[in-house]
Design a protein around this ligand. Structure first.
Ligand code: MG
Length: 440
């Protein structure tokens, strides 16, 4: 049932009111403690699914605290600060017909072992029974205050910045414009009303979906643009010229400025991230730990090593001094503070982050195992390969570049991603492995 980020599926197919009610029963039976927090993103199917989950959890004798429409990080933060289990009805960046449920335990995403136990409980159906109750509460004021505590609000106020916020109609719209305005930032809002149909743009914050944000930056002469995903845990940025900033580069920039605040300068990111992240961590006097792909994995590695910073190339960043969980608003607050305290523009700040060229391919294959074997053979025969690691898939390092080959978990596809100093070299590296895999 559980994928990398909770349970997700199409509403009316796998994700129904009876599924949500049973999940509520399973969570209520499985969890310790007597209170469960419940939040949801802006999807149209959210209120009914949240209600069904609440009924299920109450039938096991639990107190349900309904937080209403809330970004995932705000729910996670509330779960962390109060030590309660929390459930979020969300499908993050997926299209509007999707929804799902994500479970958090005392601020930490459930582990695969916990998910197995929960799933066994769900299928077994031997649920606890009792008389629960439902309360509603607003945690957003407290959450916003916590974000303000992490930044130099006075410097931000003094900098008189203008920021374009494109929340895509997702849950981030209830916190990001409001927080920025509270620290004196002039906000140009785009799609900042909840819109369960994501009618303005697809919910994935990407360059392809950033046209309105880019245009608004130029039109309003803004200092920064930010795009959020559907549940507000990821943020990607556009600089003051209206140029899209690759997630790797934003991650590297944040690492460069976050790590020097800490004694322990470890940072964690997935093997798919650009070498520019490693360069930034090194120049901040730190050390980078590579992990398998997936933010819960990065989060667990951060927790295990006491790393203050981590994230992925898709706009998901984690500042441990706030919490070990992706937070689009915390990420935005950090970037805005960086503009304010350095007095530099975003494009100038990014000059400190080395540039690499990337070549990405999605290769359809009959048999992913055979494709991976072919990739391994290619790497072992290639004299240019200086090192191979198998943290996730196969990553072959060359002088000045690397290739990562990873099978998809959900479809007969192998992803080939190569990075090098220039476009031509990146393409040549990728092509070598695409050829080996397809036998062409
Ligand atoms: Mg998300």
């Amino acid at each position: 049932m559980f994928g990398t980020n909770g349970v997700r599926g199409i509403v009316g197919e796998t994700i129904t009111a009876s599924f949500a009610r049973r999940m509520g029963q399973a969570v209520g039976t499985w969890m310790e403690g007597d209170t469960v927090l419940l939040g949801r993103d802006a999807r149209d199917s959210g209120p009914a699914l949240a209600q069904a989950f609440a009924e299920g959890a109450m039938s096991t004798g639990k107190t349900v605290i309904d937080l209403g429409l809330c970004p995932t990080p705000a729910v996670q933060w509330a779960s962390m600060s109060r030590g309660h289990v929390a459930a979020v009805v969300t499908a993050s960046h997926n299209p509007p017909e999707y929804n799902g449920i994500k479970i958090i335990r005392a601020g930490v995403e459930t582990t695969p072992d916990e998910e197995d136990a929960l799933e066994a409980c769900y299928h077994q159906g031997d649920f606890a029974s009792g008389t629960g109750s439902l309360q509603t509460e607003d945690v957003l004021d407290a959450y916003l205050a916590a974000i303000t505590d992490h930044v130099d609000a006075r410097a931000i106020r003094a900098a008189t910045l203008r920021v374009v916020v494109d929340a895509g109609g997702g849950a981030g719209c209830v916190v990001v414009p409001r927080w920025l305005a509270s620290v004196g930032v002039d906000v140009v809002p785009i799609s900042c009303e909840p819109d369960g149909a994501f009618s303005d743009r697809p919910s994935e914050p990407s360059e392809a979906n950033a046209a309105a944000c880019m245009a608004a930056i130029r039109q309003y002469n803004a200092d920064l643009g930010v795009l959020l995903d559907g549940d507000g845990d990821r943020a990607v940025f556009v600089d003051e010229n209206g140029d899209y900033i690759w997630g790797d580069r934003a991650l590297a920039l944040a690492a460069l400025h976050e790590l020097p605040r800490h004694e322990n300068r470890l940072a964690c990111t997935a093997v798919s991230s650009s070498t520019c992240v490693e360069d930034a961590v090194t120049s901040a006097g730190g050390e980078l730990v590579w992990t398998p792909v997936g933010s819960p994995v990065v989060a667990r590695e951060m927790a295990r090593r006491g790393a203050p910073f981590g994230g992925e190339d898709n706009g998901g960043m984690m500042f441990a001094r706030h919490m070990i969980g992706k937070d689009g608003l915390m990420t935005t607050a950090f970037m805005v503070e960086l503009l304010a305290t350095t007095g530099k523009s975003m494009s100038t700040l990014l000059d400190d982050v080395p540039r690499y060229a990337l070549s990405k391919h999605k290769v359809r294959v009959q048999d992913p195992d055979r494709a991976m074997a072919a990739a391994e053979q290619q790497a072992s025969q290639d004299d240019g390969v200086v090192r191979v690691d198998t943290i996730d898939g196969l990553k072959a390092y060359y002088e000045g570049g690397w290739v990562l080959i990873r099978p998809s978990g959900t479809e007969p596809v192998v992803r080939v991603q190569a990075e090098a100093a220039d476009e031509g070299s990146a393409q040549a590296l990728a092509r070598k492995f695409v050829k080996a895999i397809t036998g062409l």
